[in-house]
Ligand binder design. Sequence first.
Ligand code: GRF
Length: 204
Amino acid sequence: ARLAILLSGRGSNMLALVEATKTGVLKDLAEVVVVFSNKPDAPGLAFAAEQGCPVASLPSQGRKREAFDAEAAQLLQQYRPDFVVLAGYMRILSPAFIQPFAGRILNIHPADTHQHQGLHAYEWAFENQLSETKITVHLVDEGLDTGPILAQQTVDLCGVDTLAEVERRGLAVEHELYAQTLAELIKSQQNVMSSAAETSRVPK
Ligand code: GRF
């Protein structure tokens, strides 16, 4: 499957996904066809280039949401992605972006999306002294962290006494869960396609 990864920041999830396509659970299942950012100076974009990934950017600053999203979608379509994978992409997507990729956009959120949406999810878990939190991978719709959940994994926060430690434990789970969820999604789609091909070969 062809993955377009979108980021606005440091890109640790992007790096974990690239690694998984090279030597991990996404090997022989997926390739990163572009890493895109709305921030041309995002550190993650430079890391992606170092990994040999094609990179592209389009500054969103000062642009109207719909116009920017339409242009970004058009740019990404040139790479023919099967999945658009948001990895710290700090924008709420408008229909102009969602429609061309409907049902094929994924996001990772560092909380249970039923309990917490938007920014600062690790701060929220830390300040509320939660004994555990969840990482969520979900399909993206027009809301903020509202789309159908594909996978969740618990992060144990017992004995944690700094925000940095919450983030360290959370990110370790994020990096595994995102690649794993994509691998399962791609495999299940391949199964659907091969059983459809089987069915069409059955003599009438
Ligand atoms: C991650 O915590 C992710 O869950 C959230 O934004 C952060 C991005 O971090 N959506 P990174 O850029 O992948 O390191």
